[in-house]
Design a protein around this ligand. Structure first.
Ligand code: GSH
Length: 224
């Protein structure tokens, strides 16, 4: 096994972000998946109990942002966080927006839509017995509607949520005019954070066609 181990769920947008950061740095790493009821073991990896978690030669780091900072501190080539203060501030805001806003659209479209939910369940149950998939389905159908009601999105009609989401994609498409990446010529943590979320939506939700219909956004996703 490689000296760097990513503990993950394949369908998690935060794990997707970390995979992108590791690849950006050109690092060799191995992956441990916590599909099905192995999720119970994932919760024991850190005090917070969430994934991603990365082991770096025995040093355990939990949280995608903490992992990205650790990567820059220990593998400084190809920085994830820009050095110039203004670019750094923008990148951090994008990272926070992806985690605190875009993430909720992502779970809304994936977890409340029956077809998308089945696709996600296929991913997160791969290699596990059928009863574990059924148990996860039961848990997801209870957990995510409740979470999204508290957050607010699940109290709105889907048309309104879609309108808000696509308005943000319009904004991203506009901002990408004349630039290859969100921060300019080189990719940074902003791109990996936002693309990590969008990529998982494209993979399992029925919005793929509409997301990829944005020309600049689609080209940027392909570049990332
Ligand atoms: N702030 C964390 C968020 C990670 C996160 O929300 N992970 C989800 C999977 S996408 C998780 O572990 N959920 C299980 C739980 O909260 O118990 C990060 O950036 O890594």
């Amino acid at each position: 096994m490689s000296a760097i181990v990513l503990h993950q769920w394949e369908m998690s947008p935060f794990c997707n972000k970390v995979r992108r950061c590791l690849r950006h740095k050109g690092l060799d790493y191995s992956v441990v998946n916590y599909n099905g009821l192995l999720a119970l073991n994932a919760a024991k990896l850190s005090a917070v109990g969430q994934l991603p978690v990365v082991d770096f030669n025995g040093v355990r780091v939990q949280d995608s942002s903490a992992i990205a900072h650790y990567l820059d501190a220990h593998y400084p080539d190809k920085p994830l966080y820009p050095h110039e203060p203004r670019a750094l501030a923008e990148a951090r805001l994008w990272e926070d927006w992806a985690a605190q806003s875009l993430y909720f659209y992502e779970i809304y479209f994936r977890m409340l839509d029956p077809v998308s939910l089945e696709r996600g369940l296929n991913l997160i149950s791969e290699g596990r017995p059928a009863y574990e998939r059924a148990l996860l389905k039961f848990v997801f159908k209870r957990r995510y509607p409740r979470k999204l009601k508290e957050q607010g999105l699940a109290r709105m009609p889907r048309e309104q949520v879609e309108a808000q989401f696509f308005a943000r994609l319009d904004d991203i498409d506009t901002l990408l005019e004349g630039r290859a990446y969100l921060g300019g010529d080189a990719p940074n943590i902003a791109d990996f954070s936002v693309v990590g979320q969008l990529d998982e939506l494209i993979r399992t939700s029925d919005l793929k066609g509409r997301i990829l219909a944005y020309p600049r956004l689609a080209a940027w996703l392909a570049r990332c």
